[in-house]
Design a binder for this molecule. Sequence first.
Ligand code: DC
Length: 220
Amino acid sequence: MTRRTTVIAIDGPAASGKSSTAQMVAERLGFLHIDSGSLYRAATAAILRSDHDPSAWTEESVLAAAAPVELRTARTSCYPTLAGKAIEDEIRGHDVTRNVSRVAQMPRIREWVNAKVRAAAESANVVVDGRDMGTVVFPDADLKIFLIADSRERAARRLRQRGTPTSEQLLDDETIRIRERDERDAKQTVPAPDAITIDTTALSQSEQVDQIVALSKDRV
Ligand code: DC
């Protein structure tokens, strides 16, 4: 079936500012923002509640644990719930962040996330963000953006976001963690051939949003 809604896909590596930028673009355009990473995180939070040994996780056990996960809509944003309860703090926590790449490597979990994201885009114009939105999930997206930024700048943004006082040591440690995550997620973090790459290293948040909104007005 052909899609009748508009899709803006924003992909890129960890801490490239995808989700906050996608949320602001969605607000400016009156679209719905879907953060696909939040679903990988929700599946990871669900399995962590029942099994603390990630090496024992299988596609079946993760899928079963994730069955009560739903994507709820609140104005221009979506958030996952587990058994009807919002789990935002849990999915952003350390345990989930450390283990989510393992879950994101599982093909059947990828299909489960993709189906939920596609379903949400059936009834609303959306800004979706993740790693493979423009390649796998919406190869026919109306606009595809790939956001990149220098790893040290991404680390600095992460620390600022957490409100952590920054020292050179903390910045070095966070840069290493970001590069490790880049390696773990490298397979699915590839720009679509028709994506527009924006290097945000020297851009402010509002400059990024302005650029994408301007591109969307040309294309959409
Ligand atoms: O963007 P994030 O840090 O919330 O993503 C969480 C994890 O999910 C990360 O390991 C990358 C993975 N992910 C993915 O493989 N594909 C997506 N479309 C979104 C996220």
